[in-house]
Design a binder for this molecule. Structure first.
Ligand code: AHZ
Length: 311
């Protein structure tokens, strides 16, 4: 677009300015049969570096004060980001994801199988996203998306397109920022972050201090216990805000999904917990390979966050 061209040509030390107005194929179809004369527009390496770093550092600056931080970009965190960003375009939402690839466990439906099962009424969320699905013809109680990756990639692409959302991936939340009120009560007031690769090497590297994001509302959806899982609720126990965790119980799809959706709440002032992280607090069952509760817990977490801002 003309705006991009003019910004690019304003970059200093650019000795290879793209020639404006040069006749180049505009569509993929126009490239057909043109490969002999094919060439990319020229570029200087520093332009690529600056195109990335300028934006990243501007985002770090902007999101250092966020309205909401979502910890974990699994199916619950992404669902919650989608609903909140859509309902409240005025809120600045940072998503912190420890993995390079956002999506958590939702790239497969279960084990190594592709299809993703969602029990009704979570099919409403698929219609909201415009993700196609098949009705189960026997019971009519659940629907099936042909590949979990279709759900996750669609949700992810919609979340990333919101102008009020920034995903910081390959970044881990290492701690929570807290404030103490007059009565000694603790409020969660932000997150402490580090590159995930650094977080994983605190034992064999000298201390590399982290970074911070202030936010009045945190939505934690870090999944059940594991190397990175159940992060916030484990930290609430170690800082004595929670007495103990209930511990995720065995698999029971029927009780598990209802419990997670109904239990999604502000667990400590400023900290909403959703998805499988919640099973560790409440001693709820796991549901295994059915994802309706993750989507609807995300819907509920967004609603709880919006209610806090309306108070
Ligand atoms: O990388 C984690 C994953 O993408 C990320 N995460 C965890 N700790 C983090 C930290 N900082 C930043 N400290 C962190 N990111 O959180 C994401 C969690 O995604 P998930 O898919 O594991 O959790 P979910 O609750 O969204 O979905 C759970 C899906 C499950 S588990 C299950 C069972 O075991 O029975 N069944 C279902 C449907």
């Amino acid at each position: 677009s003309p705006a991009v061209t003019s910004k690019m040509s304003a970059v200093p030390h650019n000795t290879t300015v793209p020639v404006k107005g040069q006749s180049k194929p505009h569509t993929v179809e126009e490239m057909a049969g043109q490969w002999e004369s094919f060439t990319f527009q020229p570029i200087r390496e520093s332009q690529v570096s600056r195109a990335m770093t300028r934006r990243y550092f501007a985002d770090l600056d902007k999101y250092a004060e966020s309205d909401v931080v979502i910890i974990g970009a699994g199916s619950c965190g992404l669902s919650s980001a989608y609903c909140l960003a859509k309902a409240r375009p005025d809120l600045r939402i940072a998503i912190i994801e420890a993995g390079v690839a956002p999506g958590g466990g939702a790239w497969l439906g279960g084990q190594l199988f592709s299809a993703m099962v969602m029990r009704k009424p979570a099919d409403a969320f698929l219609r909201e996203l415009d993700v196609p699905y098949e009705e189960d013809s026997d019971s009519g109680n659940y629907v099936v998306v042909k590949h979990a990756a279709l759900f996750t990639s669609t949700l992810l692409s919609k979340v990333l397109a919101f102008p009020n959302v920034k995903l910081f991936n390959a970044t881990a939340v290492e701690d929570l920022i807290t404030r103490t009120d007059d009565k000694g009560g603790i409020r969660i007031a932000g997150v402490v972050t580090n590159w995930t690769l650094v977080s994983m090497h605190h034992d064999d590297q000298s201390c590399m201090d982290p970074n911070t994001i202030n936010a009045p509302v945190i939505i934690s959806t870090t999944g059940h216990d594991g190397p990175f899982g159940a992060f916030s609720v484990k930290r609430l126990v170690s800082m004595q805000v929670l007495q103990a965790l209930g511990g995720m119980r065995g698999l029971d799809m029927n009780t598990a999904e209802d419990a997670i959706v109904k239990g999604t709440r502000e667990i400590a002032p400023g900290l909403i917990v959703g998805g499988m992280e919640l099973s560790e607090v409440d001693g709820a069952n796991r549901m295994g390979p059915t994802f309706g509760a993750m989507a609807l817990s995300g819907v509920r977490a967004a609603e709880v966050a919006a209610e806090i801002f309306e108070q």
